[in-house]
Design a protein around this ligand. Structure first.
Ligand SMILES: NC(=O)c1ccc[n+]([C@@H]2O[C@H](COP(=O)([O-])OP(=O)(O)OC[C@H]3O[C@@H](n4cnc5c(N)ncnc54)[C@H](O)[C@@H]3O)[C@@H](O)[C@H]2O)c1
Length: 287
């Protein structure tokens, strides 16, 4: 078992921290917001209780024991002793760049860095570090504790040893992984974000009358478990917007232009499940 630094205690960082701690690792969970850290721990306790109720009886799933392995902190320097760091901060280049520049001075040369991003090129992050061969993309799926697969992204400099390290960590969390080469959005989100954004255009243009109509078509016609607008709410509309902006910026292709309705909803703080309302309304106490 190792000490894993987990940066960002939002939607995805919470799931990553929970899954790492469930696998027996010690986790240093860093965020810039005390409120986010508190919310993240609450969310994990709720998630672990639900898993226990669903019949996961292993001792490792005792919520108090699992949460006891997590150290929440506002100090990035607390990850200094971690052998692996998984960064899940906001999908914004300036935010991520500042974090990696700091990590470069905090962590030892052997530390492995897993970049959890929806679309930002891994090679660009690697170029910020002294040892870009130790940097790899680890695209976890939401909700992390329930999803069996992680998309692993090989940056231009990523070494085979780093790929092995990342795959081993993921396997220890009970998940499979598929390795792909670096490109904005990788395989999953280059398709998914485009589809979600286009579905928002269909609502924006009035082609579909309601979000529910769009989602029901995808579920009933194609057997999808969730429609694209339900998926957008689950991901977080801000993360969808930032991701499609990154794709637009990096691929210089107009097909990735964000839908004005998406921008408007993010400005109005209609972010989906995490804010209580997006294309649908959510009971936050029950969420
Ligand atoms: N939401 C998803 O479904 C999903 C899936 C896979 C990957 N991702 C990626 O994971 C990352 C996080 O996404 P999210 O949906 O969890 O976003 P989020 O907005 O829910 O959480 C981001 C967290 O990062 C924190 N943060 C911001 N600046 C920080 C800093 N300097 N140091 C430490 N913490 C900082 C914020 O306070 C917030 O708690 C993004 O890069 C996103 O693209 C998201």
């Amino acid at each position: 078992m190792e000490t894993v630094g987990t940066i960002g205690a939002g939607t995805i960082g919470t799931g990553v921290a929970q899954s790492l701690a469930t696998a027996g690792h010690k986790v240093v969970l860093v965020d810039v917001s005390e409120e986010k850290l508190d919310g993240s721990l609450r969310e994990m306790r709720r998630g672990l209780r639900t898993l226990k109720l669903l019949g996961a009886t292993a001792d490792a799933l005792d919520p108090t024991e699992v949460l006891g392995r997590i150290e929440p902190t506002l100090e990035l320097s607390r990850v200094a002793d971690a052998s692996f760091v998984i960064e899940n901060a906001t999908e914004n280049w300036d935010v991520k760049e500042a974090i990696y520049r700091e990590l470069r001075t905090i962590c030892g040369p052997e530390t492995t860095f897993g970049v959890n991003t929806s679309a930002i090129p891994i090679t660009k992050v690697g170029s910020l570090m002294e040892r870009p061969d130790n940097v790899i993309g680890m695209h976890f799926m939401n909700p992390v504790p329930m999803k069996p697969m992680v998309e692993i992204i090989r940056g231009h400099h990523t070494s085979e040893r780093t790929i092995e390290r990342a795959r081993d960590l993921v396997a220890g969390m009970g998940k499979l992984s598929i390795v792909v080469n670096d490109s904005p959005g990788f395989v999953t989100n280059r398709v998914m974000m485009l589809m979600v954004n286009e579905a928002i255009f269909l609502l924006h243009e009035g082609v579909a009358a309601t979000a529910e109509d769009v989602d029901r078509l995808f579920k009933a016609c194609f057997g999808h478990k969730m429609g694209p607008l339900e998926t957008a709410d689950l991901i977080g509309l801000d993360t969808v917007l930032y991701s499609i902006e990154v794709l637009y910026e990096n691929l210089n292709d107009a097909k990735y232009r964000p839908c004005p309705l998406l921008r408007k909803m993010v400005s109005a703080d209609l972010l989906g499940r995490k804010s209580g309302e997006g294309f649908y309304k959510y009971d936050q106490a029950a969420a």
